[in-house]
Design a protein around this ligand. Structure first.
Ligand code: VGL
Ligand code: ZN
Length: 207
């Protein structure tokens, strides 16, 4: 089978960037580097994911009286990390950063719309029960190899990369084109990705 490559750019949205409600440290640094990367490397498909929550989303600490931010909280469905409200549908914080270079053929995938379940992965919700359109988009483009970058390394980039491998794609997480929330979580996520067969790579090694 011919190799066909997709680049997934995960959640480079204002709320995860400087001044946003859930800003990832140094997140803005990757924007010009991602732009230069897909100008240099000829991908068959480029997809941008967007965290796209309703205002009543279960992951927002503000929607869970008594819960503490950045701490897991017991919901009926199981433990849920409590986040500041972020990426609320149709707000500025949910928009992709305007400096991201976009082409007409690039695609978007939204995730996290169900108020009752979070969705770190751009493929599945956190219950692994409901799929986004992403896998069907990749299948329809004949994609065999998936490259993942963006925000945050320890959450949405990691879950998306592991699900990509689970779905059978050769999967590469581009470390230098991603940034994470906490150093300890980034190291743990890297180990988990590698255990699941995700290759952790650097952009300079991709041509
Ligand atoms: C993310 C926490 C909550 C991410 C999304 O994009 O990594 N993290 N929602
Ligand atoms: Zn979210």
């Amino acid at each position: 089978m011919t190799q066909r490559r997709a680049l997934l750019v995960i959640d480079v949205q204002y709320d995860f960037l400087a001044g946003g409600s859930l800003a990832v440290p140094a997140g803005n640094e990757i924007i010009p580097e991602i732009n230069a990367f897909h100008e240099r490397v000829p991908f068959d498909l480029v997809v941008f994911s967007m965290d796209w929550h309703p205002a009543n989303h279960c992951s927002f600490v503000t929607n869970n009286p008594g819960a503490t931010v950045f701490t897991p909280h017991q919901l009926p469905s199981g433990p849920q990390m409590m986040w500041p409200a972020h990426c609320v549908q149709n707000t500025h914080g949910a928009q992709l950063h305007a400096d991201l270079r976009r082409k007409p053929e690039h695609m978007d995938v939204r995730k996290g719309q169900d108020p009752h379940v979070d969705s770190y992965s751009a493929f599945f919700d956190n219950n692994h029960a409901v799929k986004t359109p992403l896998d069907d988009i990749l299948i329809s483009h004949g994609i065999t190899d998936v490259y993942v970058c963006g925000l945050a390394t320890d959450y949405c980039v990691a879950y998306t990369s592991m699900d990509s491998r689970f779905l059978g794609y050769n999967t590469y997480m581009i470390e230098d084109l991603s940034r994470g929330i906490s150093p300890a979580c980034i190291e743990k996520a890297k180990r988990e990705m590698q255990e699941k067969g995700v290759h952790v790579v650097q952009s300079a090694d991709i041509h």
